[in-house]
Write a protein that binds this ligand. Sequence first.
Ligand code: FAD
Length: 305
Amino acid sequence: MYDVVIIGAGPSGLAAALYLLRFDKSVLLLEKGAFGGQITYSPLIENYPGIAAASGNEIAEKLVDQVLSLGAEAEVGRAVGLKPKGRGWEVLTEEGAVYEGGAVILALGAKHRTLGLAGEEAYIGNGLSFCAVCDGAFYKGKDVVVIGGGNSAKQEALFLSGLCRRVTMVQNLSVLTGEPRLTAKVLATPNISVLYDSAVTAYTGDTQLRGVTVRNTLTGESQTLATDGVFVAIGLEPDCKDFASFLTLDEAGYVASGEDCTTKTPGLFVAGDCRAKAVRQITTAVADGAVAALAAASYLDAQNG
Ligand SMILES: Cc1cc2nc3c(=O)[nH]c(=O)nc-3n(C[C@H](O)[C@H](O)[C@H](O)COP(=O)(O)OP(=O)(O)OC[C@H]3O[C@@H](n4cnc5c(N)ncnc54)[C@H](O)[C@@H]3O)c2cc1C
């Protein structure tokens, strides 16, 4: 039995582990994918205080090393349910494992939003990607499309512009959104072009994705762009439904909680991007992790008299 089981090893879960370990609490980090979370998709992070520029993987590695060296235990598995047991919890995984914790911190982050178009699922890994850092090298010297126009889409496009012949961004608004500095970089990059007021309405191809149909939302005209690869960067959505019976979710599916990271269920805490809040960044994720950890530590101390 661990003092705390943390579900999700992104920045919020890792920060929570760090604070708990420093309070002499035993910690299990349970992660279904990449230790480090979403930042492992990010080619370049320039807004984490104290680090002028680093790749997401570099920051993730430092965070993971730090908590492992302090004694965190880590398991790979997808948590699919929680069961109260005594004064604590059982965490059940898809793989059939059961982990026990006196308290649980949900640090589930968010998953990539998809367009929901026909064939999308089948094209993932066959020309369709959500991660330039992971898959960009497959498209060296080729033409790619990036769907989206916010910070993540701009980061993806800039990273790909260093590898690919041509990068076409498809943005449904008449401007690129997010940080003006990133927008300026995109607009100054010769092999990136932007189709504004445009929506991808279909994927074309056979077993391999070969193109996208793009509709101009102002004129209603459609064109098919031939492409070697498509990167979707249209934001994220939470995935907290497996634990919903113990939580209050807002209309978008994020976990409602105060700034103290408590939930409506004693002993169950929430941190990071899966929490209902206005700003979702590494800084706010690690801040949540610290707050949730201290709340969980106080909860356990009160339980144990
Ligand atoms: C391409 C990209 C670029 C970005 N660039 C920046 C940037 O430059 N600066 C910045 O501040 N922020 C950036 N962000 C945002 C930042 O990465 C997130 O705000 C931050 O990672 C949130 O941390 P988190 O721990 O809350 O969630 P996540 O990083 O999403 O981590 C959650 C983890 O939980 C795991 N998980 C989820 N459900 C389960 C389950 N049921 N069982 C087990 N494990 C589970 C997931 O696999 C994941 O690893 C970027 C995001 C992306 C996608």
